[in-house]
Design a binder for this molecule. Sequence first.
Ligand SMILES: [Zn+2]
Length: 384
Amino acid sequence: MDGLRQFAGLFFAETTTPEALRDAYGKRPISILVVPGHDNISSGTAFGTLSESDLNLEMAYGLARVFESNPDFTVAVTRREQDGGYQEWFAEYQEREGEAITRFIEEKRKIFREAVEQGFVERHVAVERTDAPSRVAFDLYTVNKYAIDNGIDIVLHLHWNDYAGRRPRQVGKYSGFAIYVPDKEMPNARASRALAQNIAARLSHFFAPSDMPLEKGVIVEDQELIAVGSNASQERASLLIEYGYIYESQFLDRAVRAVILKELAHQTEWGLVDFFTTETSEVTPGIASILPYRWEESLSLPARDSEGVLALQAALALEGLYPPDGRSKNDCPISGNFGPCTRAALANFQEKYRAEILEPIGLKRGTGTFGKMTAETLNRRFGE
Ligand SMILES: [Zn+2]
């Protein structure tokens, strides 16, 4: 067995490489297939009136708009924006290819099982899951085969996470984002992981990494998720992004959510563009799509669900002041809510720019309250 084991990870030839993807960039549009998780039949998780399936759809079209305005990419979404149903082209493909998809699934499962039995592939089960119900599995394998047949470059599956132990109206224990990628044995592993790293680097400027122990490090290899290609069923780069936990406050208010999803979409796009345009893995400087922003000096604090506070938190994050020392991004999310985290960070901002903000009015310490001097300094730095 040991003689065979050394081949683990090499059994499946690479079907997509970071090098080939980078080489194609700028020569032809890079095609992205966005798959908003779940559908109108099974809607995933929920919090109050917010259903994950709807949230995934809203995010998918946020991403689609961002990629549509970039000529280096083409983008398609598997479900319709207006009613969440499957696109006609997707339903037609599934109808036409039904038997071929069934054979595809059986063949991939068989080859993978045999490869494991013969010791060519190591079995890695990170999270014990019950198998996806057969209809859902069939839809996901349909996505994989569609992506292969149609030369899609990158598949992005969008989801929100949930904490299994919580009561319906309670928020759960964890927060933050995670990106699932194919296990290293898989033929699409290396390219998928490289993309995930660039996206994670961008998201991390503003958004908390998941604090769930199994998602430590943000990028999670998985051998079981059909979405990223279980049974070596996906040849194209494929990621499953959990943008957060569904009960996090910044996703609940409609107006705040719109701003946050737009920010998530831009950071995701910038991460992908980084992958194609930067040679090094150096940390990219942060930029936020919510900025520039012009603050009114009359911004009254504390405020909840406020765009002014969202922009303030993003600006403070770029200043390296938010979250304040000793607090994590999970403790202090970009939420649009002004509380102790933002007050402390704002006080530090006032002290950082004391000559502009504090000295003219004879103060020594930052107060964390919002006034004319603070608004002017923010507007000078982040207002255009
Ligand atoms: Zn989900």
